[in-house]
Design a protein around this ligand. Sequence first.
Ligand code: NIG
Ligand code: FE
Length: 420
Amino acid sequence: MSDVDAVVYDANEVVTVEENGELGVYEDAAVAVVDGEVARIGSSGPVTREFPPENAANAVDADGKAVIPGFVDPHTHALFAGDRSDEFEAKLRGKTYQEILAEGGGILRTVRATRNAGDDELLSNLLDHLDTMLAHGTTTVEVKSGYGLDTETELRMLDVVDRADDRHPVDVVPTFMGAHAVPEGRETEEYVTEVVEEQIPAVADQGVAEFCDVFCEEGVFDVPQSRRVLVTAAEQGMTPKVHAEELAHIGGTQLAADVGAASADHLLHSTEEDVDALVEAGVSPVLLPGTAFGLGADYADARTFLDAGAPVATATDFNPNCYSQSMGFAASLACVEMGMTPAEALVAATKNAARAVDVEDGTGTLLEGTPGDLAVLDAPTYVHVPYNFGVNAVETVVKGGEVVADGGDVVESREVVDRA
Ligand code: NIG
Ligand code: FE
C-alpha cells in the first residue's frame, strides 16, 4: 500500500468545492492524503479506520475546527524591492495613484529599486512574502514580473520567480508583465515595440513565464498597444491576461475576450456588455477588492458577474500599492464591500482562482483525487474566513500532504530550504 502522507481528523467540518461550483460540507469529518492527493474525505470514523492517523507521516488533530481547500491567489506583484509606505500616507492626504506615478513614484519607483537590487535580495524578499502567504493559507500563487521594464531585469525577475517556486512549498505560477508601465524617458509606442520585438522573444526563449499580462489603462497602454503585446506573446506560447478597467473604462475587458485571455483582472469600471463578452469568451473575471480598499475607490460589481454565471475569482493583488498578502482579508472585503456570500467568497478564492491561472488538476477543490492542499482554521466553520476580518483565521497548512505552516509559522521553508 502507498504511504499515507497525512490524515486530518476530528474536524467540525471539511469543506470542498464540488464540480458544480457549490460547496460540499462534510460534518465531523476527516481527510486522508496519499501520494500528495486527497485519497478519502468523509466522516472521521470511517476515514480514520481506513487510514489510521498513527500510521500517517503527518497526523493533524483538527480538534473541532474547519478544514478548507488551500487558497489560490491568482494575481500578485509579489516580487519587488524597496518600500512605498510613504505613498500610502500621500494617498491618505488626497494624492491619486496616477499623480504619484506621473511624478516618477509608484511603479516607476519600484522599478528603480528592483533594478538596483541583487538577485539574492530579490529572492529573499519574495520568499519572505511567500512565507506570509503560506501562513495565511495560500498554497498556490501567481507572481508577475513588471518591475524591470527592460529585458535584463524582466528575465532576472522571472528567473527569481522560478527559483522561489523550486525552493518554497507554495506553488508559484509565473507571469511576464514587461508592459506594466512605460519606463522613464521612453515613448510608449517605442517601448511597446521593445516589448514585442525584444522582451517577448527573450522571455519565450527563457521558458519560465506561462502568462503575459498588460496594464491596459488610460495613460499607460491603450487597447491597440495592449493587443500588440498580447497577440505576440500568445504566438510565442504565453497565455494572455489583462489588467482591465482599473482606473477608467477603456476597453480592456473586450480585448481580453478578443484575445482569449485566461482572465481579465480588476474590472472596477466594467459595463454589462463587458460582463457578457467575458462570459461568452470563457474569460475568468478576477476581482481585487484590496486594491479598491487601498485606493479608496468603488469596488467591482461582483453580483453582475455572478448573476451572469461567470466563475468569479478573487486575488490579493499584493504589491507595494496594495500591501496585503491575505486572501482572508480579500474574502472579508468580497463579502462586506462586494456583497458576496461567504460561500461565494470561498469558491472565488479557491476553485475559481485556480481556473484563472489555468491550474486544472483540481487544485482549490479538495475533492478526492486532487492535490492535498488544505488549511485547518482556528475556528469551527469556513464562514470565519471572512467573518474574522483583519486576523489570520488559518492555524495549520498542508501542501501535498506535508504540514508546511502551523500557528502562523512556516514549518518548511526557512529550516529545510537553502535560501541564498
Ligand atoms: O494591479 N495596476 C497595475 N499594477 C498594480 C499596481 C502596481 C504598483 O503600483 O506597483 C495593480 O494594482
Ligand atoms: Fe495588478
